[in-house]
Write a protein that binds this ligand. Structure first.
Ligand code: ADP
Ligand code: MG
Length: 412
């Protein structure tokens, strides 16, 4: 049994036990969805651009059962929360979308699974109204959640909870949506129920992940192509360096970066920064203030780096992508300004200890970085990163390797 099997079994057990405690019965099934690491392509998703994430072995499990009483209520519990939250299905449309600036009507964690229930129910009702679907399967439900995805670490515990809930409800409510549609449901929950203005990357990675492959996603068309990574065959490993500095998407810098990107696209007269190429950058520099220009330059060059990474992976393999990872980090640090000292320290220490490449991953302002390292150098690089954190007086990082893993599925 591998470590990830052990993890998964423990998480499944925890979800099942919580369901039993909540309801006094066994669930109808278990569904799970993974967190993700983004190999490259940061903040490009909401600019209609390209990303290259993969699903990690860490998963969120939802133990779910339809309720026998026909009172049309949905109840959610999580091992992370003290109290379950229960609302009527009819009430979901009053709770969401969350109006910005008002007090949320439910605890934030509950807005993820309840937001999924809301968005999926609305999609089913719209389908039923258009006579292309059937909303009769939508009944009261109990959901118990457990997870081993680090929370707030930039590894997308949010997409994992959304993906697990969406997969479960899609099956038990017989709503029949495909994986891409379920990713959109998760995104809608995150954007409109939680109020975090994130793109579609995380949900797509969590829904579509495959063993040993990254997902090359065009965030405009949502065309997704699997790109074999061959990390292990090349004798390499991907080390996650979780700084344990929590980030928050619903506040601060993330929204500001989005606004700068929208402004940049408007000035360039295009629908999204996807439509600006590296050759257009000199013109962009003439037209906009320095800060907006540097935000634009990050997105435009990052899109190109994703395309280059996919090409290099296909032509030369994982060993050859190190410089692209480093260039991506530098662009996020200096142009997009979303790094923090802990992330820079992790990246610098990993590179100094011999990593082939390293970069922060996820939205920034904390969270995790990744390093591409020789398998037999994992311990050396990890020790060097831990030592650099200690020398800087930072809290000890969490260091672990990840292998590209399967996306959302029914477990039992
Ligand atoms: P990230 O996706 O990088 O982990 P986010 O801020 O996007 O960080 O999402 C983290 C939030 O998602 C948590 O603060 C919590 O509200 C919710 N969440 C994630 N996993 C769980 C879980 N297992 N149980 C309850 N809430 C969860
Ligand atoms: Mg998230």
């Amino acid at each position: 049994m591998t470590l990830s099997d052990t993890h998964e079994t423990e998480t499944q057990d925890a979800a099942r036990a919580l369901f039993l405690e909540l309801t006094g019965r066994q669930p109808d099934g278990l569904w799970s969805a993974p967190g993700r690491v983004n190999l490259i392509g940061e903040h490009t998703d909401y600019n209609d651009g390209f990303v290259l994430p993969f699903a990690i072995p860490h998963r969120t499990v939802a133990a779910v059962g339809l309720r026998d009483d026909d009172r049309g209520r949905v109840r959610v519990a999580s091992t992370f929360a003290d109290e379950p939250v229960e609302v009527a299905l009819d009430e979901l449309d009053e709770l969401f979308p969350t109006t910005l600036g008002t007090e949320p009507a439910v605890p934030e964690w509950a807005a993820y699974p309840l937001g999924v229930a809301w968005a999926l129910r609305q999609a089913a009702m719209a389908g039923a109204a258009a006579a292309t679907g059937d909303a009769r399967g939508i009944r009261g439900i109990d959901i118990a959640i457990a997870s081993d995805v680090p929370v707030g670490a930039g590894l997308s515990s949010s997409a994992a909870i959304e993906g697990a809930a969406a997969s479960a409800l899609n099956d038990l409510w017989s709503t029949g949506l495909d994986r891409t549609a379920l990713a959109r449901i998760g995104r809608r929950a995150e954007n409109e129920a939680v109020g975090a203005p994130t793109g579609i990357m995380d949900q797509m990675a969590s829904m579509l992940g495959e063993t040993d492959a990254a997902i090359f996603l065009d965030c405009r068309s949502l065309d997704a192509n699997l790109v074999p990574l061959g990390v292990a065959e090349a004798g390499l490993a991907i080390l996650v360096m979780d700084t344990r500095v929590k980030h928050a998407h619903s506040t601060g810098g993330y929204g500001e970066r989005r606004a700068s990107c929208e402004l940049g696209a408007k000035i360039m007269g295009v629908p999204a920064l996807r439509d600006v190429s590296v050759d257009d950058l000199p013109r962009a520099q003439q037209l906009m203030d320095d800060v907006t220009f540097r935000r634009v330059r990050h997105i435009v060059t990052e899109n190109q780096r994703v395309l280059d990474t996919v090409r290099v992976l296909r032509e030369q393999g994982a060993r050859a992508i190190g410089d692209l990872l480093v260039a991506s980090h530098v662009s996020m640090r200096d142009d997009f300004e979303i790094s923090v000292p802990e992330l820079d320290t992790a990246v610098d220490a990993a590179l100094a200890a011999g990593a082939l490449g390293a970069r922060m991953t996820g939205g920034g302002f904390g969270g995790a970085a990744i390093a591409l390292v020789e398998q037999d150098a994992v311990t050396t690089v990890s020790d060097a990163v831990a030592a650099a954190f200690a020398a800087s007086g930072f809290r000890a990082p969490a260091l672990f390797t990840v292998t590209p893993s399967a996306g959302a599925h029914r477990d039992a």
